[in-house]
Design a protein around this ligand. Structure first.
Ligand code: AMP
Ligand code: MG
Length: 416
C-alpha cells in the first residue's frame, strides 16, 4: 500500500499558501467610536485639526515673555487669569498671566514658569504681582500646537486593530464614528466520540472537550463572531451534515481532531464530498497535520466557506491556531500586521536534542530576563501553555545551550 501521508511542508510555505488563498471580507460597518474596540479599520482615520489645536501650558504657573525676566527675582504685575477652557487676552507688555494646565497660552507670551518657582505677591486690589525665582527659557512648559498630530495627517491607517489607545487617538482628532470590517463569522466544531462536555459524567474512555473552549476563546479574542456547533460524532454522514450547516452560516470553518489518516478520521472524506480539501503535513512540533480547503454553500454553487481542520491534541490545536489560523483571520479582517513580532532572548536551559521539525517550545520569562522551559513538552499537556508566556521558535535540526540567544514569540503577540 502506498503511504497515504502527504509530504512535509514548512510552516512558511503553508502560511504563504493560506494567505494567498484568502482575501479580506468585503463587508464593512460604521460604528460609534466607543463600540469599535477590537475591530479592524476599513478606512483610515485622518485628522482635520492640529492636536493640540493651540499652544497650551503643561503646568500651573505664570505665562510671560522670557525677555521680561532676564534677572532672577524679577517682579511682574499679574494682568489676567487664564483657566483651562478660557482664551485669554493678548498679554500686556511687562506683565504675567496666571495660567492653569491645559489653558491656551495668551498671545504675546512665550514661556510658562511653574508656580513652584514663583512667589505670588497679593495686593488689596487686582491680581497682585509675581516674583519669578528661576531663570526662564523661551518655549518652556508650552505644548505646541500640532506637536501630537498635524492637520491632515493619517493617525490610524486602514488595517489597524483598534485597541484602547487607538480609540483614544481617534477621539482626539474628533472621529465620532469609525468604518471597520465586519466580524468574520467562524463556525467551530470538535470531532471525537471520546469527547464529553464539562458538567456531563465522564464515562469510561471519555475525556472532556477542551479544544472547544480554547478555540472559541481564541476566536473571540480576535474579534470573530463564533458559531459554536458543538461536538460532531465520528461518522461520515454526521460530519458532512455539520459541514453543510457550518458553510451556510460562516465565512470560515474551524474544526479540531479527525485530520489524521486513521479509520476514525472522517473529516477528509467529508470535506472532499462537500467541497475541496488538501491535507498538509507541516514540519512543526507540536501540530503536524492540518487540513485546508473549502466547503460549498448549499444555496449557491459558486460560494464557499473556507475550511481549516486543526489537530486534536490540545497543544497542537492551540499552537497551529496561533501560527496559521490567526494570520488567516487577520487577513479576512484586512489587518496590516499578519505575523507576530518576535524577540531575541537568552535561553536559561539546555536543549540538547535536535528535532527534524521546527519546534515551538512552551517557555516562560524569568525575572533575570531569560527563558525557562516547561518540563513536559508533550502536545497533549495543556498545563504547559497555561504556565508559559510564549513560544520559543527553534529551527529544525538545532540544539542550543544555556546562555544562547533564541527567538521568542510572546503569547500577547499571538492572541489578538
Ligand atoms: P485526533 O486528531 O482526533 O486523532 O485526536 C488526537 C488526540 O487529541 C486524541 O488523544 C484526542 O482524544 C485528543 N482530542 C481530540 N479532540 C479533542 C478535544 N476537543 N479536546 C481535548 N482533546 C481532544
Ligand atoms: Mg479523533
Amino acid at each position: 500500500m502506498s503511504d497515504p501521508r502527504p509530504p512535509l511542508q514548512s510552516l512558511d510555505e503553508a502560511l504563504g499558501r493560506l494567505l494567498d488563498a484568502v482575501q479580506p471580507l468585503a463587508h464593512t460597518q460604521t460604528l460609534p467610536t466607543q463600540e469599535a474596540l477590537g475591530r479592524v479599520l476599513a478606512q483610515e482615520v485622518r485628522s482635520l485639526l492640529d492636536v493640540p489645536p493651540a499652544d497650551n501650558t503643561s503646568m500651573d504657573g505664570y505665562a510671560l515673555r522670557a525677555a521680561d525676566v532676564s534677572t532672577l527675582g524679577t517682579i511682574l504685575p499679574v494682568s489676567q487669569r487664564v483657566p483651562a477652557g478660557v482664551v485669554g487676552l493678548e498679554l500686556a507688555l511687562g506683565t504675567a498671566a496666571r495660567i492653569f494646565t491645559g489653558a491656551q497660552i495668551p498671545l504675546g507670551a512665550d514661556a510658562v514658569v511653574m508656580q513652584e518657582q514663583c512667589e505670588a505677591l497679593p495686593a488689596a486690589e487686582g491680581l497682585g504681582q509675581v516674583r519669578v525665582n528661576a531663570s526662564v527659557t523661551a518655549g518652556q512648559w508650552i505644548r505646541r500646537r500640532g506637536e501630537d498630530v498635524a492637520q491632515g495627517a493619517v493617525v490610524l491607517p486602514a488595517g489597524t486593530r483598534l485597541d484602547a489607545a487607538a480609540l483614544g487617538l481617534a477621539a482626539t482628532v474628533g472621529a465620532a464614528q469609525l468604518t471597520v470590517r465586519s466580524r468574520p463569522r467562524v463556525a467551530l466544531f470538535s470531532t471525537g466520540d471520546e469527547l464529553v462536555m464539562p458538567g456531563e459524567p465522564l464515562k469510561p474512555g471519555a475525556i472532556y472537550n477542551s479544544n472547544r473552549f480554547t478555540l472559541r476563546a481564541l476566536l473571540q479574542g480576535l474579534g470573530c463572531e463564533v458559531i459554536d456547533l458543538g461536538i460532531v460524532p465520528d461518522r461520515l454522514d454526521a460530519t458532512r451534515a455539520a459541514l453543510r450547516d457550518a458553510a451556510a452560516q460562516a465565512d470560515l470553518i474551524i474544526t479540531s481532531g479527525g485530520v489524521s489518516v486513521g479509520e476514525e478520521d472522517h473529516l477528509r472524506p467529508a470535506v472532499q464530498a462537500e467541497g475541496r480539501l488538501d491535507l498538509w503535513q507541516i514540519a512543526i512540533k507540536p501540530g503536524k497535520p492540518l487540513a485546508f480547503g473549502e466547503v460549498r454553500r448549499p444555496a449557491s454553487a459558486d460560494e464557499k466557506a473556507w475550511f481549516i481542520g486543526l489537530p486534536g491534541n490540545p497543544v497542537s490545536s492551540l499552537v497551529t491556531f496561533m501560527l496559521l489560523v490567526r494570520p488567516v483571520i487577520l487577513r479576512l479582517q484586512g489587518a496590516r500586521q499578519l505575523t507576530p513580532r518576535a524577540y531575541q532572548l537568552r535561553a536559561d536551559f539546555d536543549w540538547p536534542r535536535a528535532d527534524r521539525r521546527r519546534e515551538f517550545l512552551r517557555v516562560r520569562l524569568n525575572e533575570q530576563g531569560g527563558l525557562d522551559l516547561f518540563a513536559n513538552q508533550s502536545s497533549g499537556v495543556l498545563s504547559s501553555a497555561v504556565w508559559a508566556d510564549g513560544l520559543l521558535d527553534n529551527p529544525a535540526g538545532q540544539t542550543f545551550s544555556q546562555g544562547q540567544s533564541v527567538r521568542f514569540i510572546p503569547f500577547s503577540e499571538l492572541l489578538s
